[in-house]
Design a protein around this ligand. Sequence first.
Ligand code: B12
Length: 211
Amino acid sequence: MVTYDALRQAVIGGDEKEVEAQVNKALSEGADAQDILKNGLIAGMEVVGQRFRAGEMFLPEVLLSAEVMHKGLDIINPLLAKTGHKGQGKVIMGTVEGDIHDIGKRIVSFLLEGTGFEVVDLGVDVKADAFVEAVEKHNPDVLGMSALLTTTMPNMGKTIELLKEKGLRKKLKVIIGGAPTSDAFAKSIGADGYAPEAGSAVELVKKLLAS
Ligand code: B12
């Protein structure tokens, strides 16, 4: 059986070469790409999140861990696509205008991809009209918006209003997240759902698409 201890430690320690070596080792031992993502890369990042909240890790270390996790994901991404895992639906993700925080949004995107969703990540500082253009272009099942600043949260509502204006709102589900947002805020702007972290974000998307 493949174990992911060393891979998790390499993510936590921000060791790029070791992450790549451990991902390749797991693959050569026959591990499933989705398993590597969930039990190695994301599990390592979860520890980073816990340590960061506890004040045991600092920002530059968190950023480094997120970066090396991405390197590991680059190796398995083509395999996730190849195994036909992408059939669950399409999700557009982005951080709203004025906001460049993307660590949490990327984790949500990784986890959705690892669970079989096709994710179009628009990046950070995404204006309402750019979200709407992307919806017109990609025709997603779900639009996910992230905001980490209280000053940029209102831009989520702006996007929803613009979707309504263009007659697109009913064609998709809209979900939001990011530390300052909440269930009550989601309701107040007319979003379909809110999730506090990446695991529950995946559950939320599945639930919304099943309803
Ligand atoms: C890292 C960080 C940065 C980095 C961002 C790097 C990057 N590439 O993302 C840098 C240094 C660039 C930065 C800059 C700034 N930051 Co900053 N930053 C943070 C910090 C320390 C951590 C955020 C983070 O990554 N958390 C870890 C991730 C994993 O958690 P998360 O983002 O919450 O995501 C999880 C959930 O929220 C959820 N989720 C997230 N998105 C979504 C989306 C959907 C659809 C769903 C369903 C779920 C979901 O799932 C994720 C995974 O579980 C926070 C403090 C904190 N404790 O939150 C401050 C913080 C957010 N920053 C803050 C500020 C003020 C700023 C600056 C304005 C500072 C300045 N004066 O320049 C700038 C703003 C720049 C801008 N225009 O955006 C404040 C915001 C205060 C407020 N109330 O608005 C905070 C809270 C710090 C503080 N206590 O003052 N920052």
